[in-house]
Structures are given as structure tokens and as C-alpha cells.
Design a protein around this ligand. Structure first.
Ligand code: ATP
Ligand code: MG
Length: 313
């Protein structure tokens, strides 16, 4: 009799404990349901409160869900940031494209309206229109190139590239510009071939962009230089000039898309501010790094570090 009583009490206690457990789990599932609703409505800032009295498994799951929330929140913030950047970029692009296009249309209208009488003046207008069209074309090309890189739509095949001859070829392609601007060129390259791991086309583009900048912004200094040095399994390329340089306050931004420094200083040789963005992305695709240092009218150096090619035997 006693045994039956104890047994039934024991069963009742078990049933009560089980019931409490199920109730507890039900409540937690309700909380999870509410949390999912919050997330669905775009609020990632909700978390489970972890209590010391919590069931071990529920606490573990809650912790994991909290981690997922943190991850989702970070992703959401990143997405919002990228969306903001995209909007800014589109607005900048439209502005940068509209400016030359408006002046091309303006000049052509003047010619067509017959208000430009002399042939000499007409020729001048056509010349300006042509220059503006070239600028428009190069802007579009740069935007296209950058968007291709960002969409990972370019083929970068890293293999052995001999860098000394590549650098020499690049300098040679600027020969006429350097002589036209009366620029001295100081070249310091290793005597022996230097083989890096890289993509030939993008390495050419990197050097081309850096030389274009040195020519455009550094010609006042009268000299442009290229130095290549080897150290361990790295190769360092330095493109330098002694021109007006980059002001301290511009330094953090020059690799940013569309950044052209103090625009008023650059109206004479205004670029689109995409060259260095493309350059940095290409350097990264070649598993290298790029940095800049500048002391105005003393030395402005763009330093690219690449990895040497190592043959795996
Ligand atoms: N060697 C340099 N000396 C001084 N300023 C420089 C030099 N190289 C770059 N800069 C500054 O950095 C800015 C960004 O350069 P970047 O090459 O990205 O654009 P850009 O030359 O203006 O246009 P583009 O897209 O045609 O290259 C330039 O506008 C210029 O102000
Ligand atoms: Mg440039």
C-alpha cells in the first residue's frame, strides 16, 4: 500500500516536473517566435536574456541565436553602408559625366546656331569639344574598368612575370611625354631579371597609373624616378617625383573613388579620381600592397610591394 502511494507520488512529481519543463520550453519557443518576427520586420537589435537558471540546452541555443543576431546586424549595417556608398557614387558619377557632356553640347550648339562666325573660332570650339569628349571617354572607361574589377569580372591569373623588362617597357611608353615636359628620369633597376607572382596586364596598368600621376602632378619637380629593390621574398617598386606632393589632409583619401584632392588646385590637370582606386584594387588582386609618402617639392613616393615568384618543386 505504502509502496503504491510512494510510487504514485513519484509519478505525480515527474509529471509536474515534465509539465514545467514543457511549459518552460514552450515559453522559450514563444520568445524565439517573437524574436524571428522582430528580425523579419527589420529589427536586428534584439537578444535573448541568458539566465543562470536556464536549461543548459536552451542557454546554448539562445547563445547561438544571439551570435546569429550580431552577425545579421553587422551584415545589415554593412549593407546599409554599401547602399549609401552606391548612392553617393551614382550621384558623383552623374555629376562627373554631366559636366563635360554639358559643355560639349554647349559648344556644338554655339557652332550650329551660326553665332560663331570665323573659321579660326570654329576650329577652337571643335578643339575644345574634342578634348571634352576625350575626357568623357576616359571617364567612362575608368568607371567601366572599376566596376568590372569590383564585380570580380576580370580574369587575373597569377603567374611568373619578369618585372624589370615590364618596367622598362612602361617607361619607354612615356618617353615622348617625359621629353615634351623636359623631365629628367632616374631609373634604378636590378641588373638581373626579377620574377614576381602577378598578372602582367594589371601590373602594366598599375605602373601606367602611377607614372601618369607622377607626370600630371609631379612635373613641376623636374624629375621622375623608378626604383626597384628586392628583399627576401618581396620586390618593392617605387614611383616617385619631386612635385607639389599630397597635402597631409588629403593623404587618407587619395585611394578613395572619385577623390581628386583639393579640386581648385587641380583644375589645370583635373582627373577623375579613379586611377588610384583602380591601382589599389589591382595591387590587391596581385596579392601586394601599396602605400604613399609625400613631402611637397621634396619627394612623393608610391611604393608597391609584390611577392616574388617561387617555383614549387
Ligand atoms: N604623384 C602625385 N603627386 C601629387 N598628387 C598626387 C599624385 N598622385 C596622385 N595625386 C593626388 O591624388 C588624387 C587621386 O589620384 P587618382 O590617380 O586616383 O585620380 P586622378 O589622377 O585625379 O584621375 P584619374 O582617374 O584620371 O587617374 C589626384 O587627383 C591628386 O590630387
Ligand atoms: Mg590618376
Amino acid at each position: 500500500m505504502n509502496f503504491l502511494l510512494v510510487y504514485s507520488m513519484f509519478c505525480t512529481i515527474i509529471i509536474i516536473v515534465l509539465f514545467m519543463q514543457i511549459n518552460h520550453i514552450n515559453n522559450k519557443l514563444k520568445v524565439i517566435g517573437k524574436l524571428v518576427d522582430e528580425v523579419r520586420s527589420g529589427n536586428f537589435n534584439v537578444r535573448f536574456h541568458l539566465l543562470p537558471t536556464m536549461n543548459r540546452h536552451i542557454a546554448g541555443t539562445s547563445r547561438k541565436l544571439n551570435e546569429l543576431m550580431v552577425y545579421l546586424q553587422e551584415m545589415n549595417e554593412r549593407r546599409a553602408f554599401l547602399e549609401e556608398e552606391r548612392k553617393k557614387m551614382i550621384s558623383n558619377i552623374s555629376h562627373d559625366l554631366r559636366t563635360p557632356l554639358t559643355s560639349v553640347m554647349g559648344y556644338l550648339e554655339e557652332i550650329l546656331s551660326g553665332s560663331v562666325k570665323s573659321e579660326k573660332e570654329k576650329m577652337e570650339y571643335v578643339k575644345v569639344t574634342y578634348q571634352k569628349s576625350i575626357r568623357l571617354h576616359s571617364l567612362l572607361e575608368s568607371f567601366f574598368e572599376l566596376s568590372k574589377i569590383e564585380a570580380q569580372d576580370i580574369k587575373v591569373e597569377l603567374k611568373e612575370v619578369e618585372l624589370v623588362s615590364l618596367a622598362e617597357e612602361c617607361i619607354l611608353s612615356f618617353y615622348h611625354d617625359f621629353t615634351r615636359e623636359n623631365l629628367k628620369v632616374e631609373i634604378n633597376l636590378p641588373r638581373d631579371p626579377v620574377v614576381v607572382l602577378g598578372d602582367r596586364k594589371s601590373l602594366e596598368r598599375i605602373l601606367y597609373n602611377l607614372f601618369s600621376n607622377a607626370l600630371r602632378y609631379g612635373k613641376d619637380g623636374g624629375v621622375i624616378g623608378l626604383t626597384m629593390t628586392e628583399s627576401g621574398d618581396e620586390v618593392t617598386l617605387e614611383v616617385w617625383d619631386r612635385g607639389q606632393g599630397i597635402r597631409k589632409q588629403d593623404m587618407p583619401y587619395i585611394f578613395r573613388r572619385l577623390y581628386t584632392g583639393d579640386r581648385s588646385r587641380n583644375t589645370m590637370h583635373k582627373g577623375s579620381g579613379l586611377g588610384l582606386t583602380i591601382t589599389r584594387k589591382l595591387v590587391e588582386l596581385n596579392q601586394g600592397s601599396i602605400e604613399v609618402s609625400s613631402i611637397p617639392f621634396e619627394k612623393t613616393t608610391f611604393r608597391v610591394v609584390l611577392r616574388k615568384f617561387v617555383r614549387n618543386n
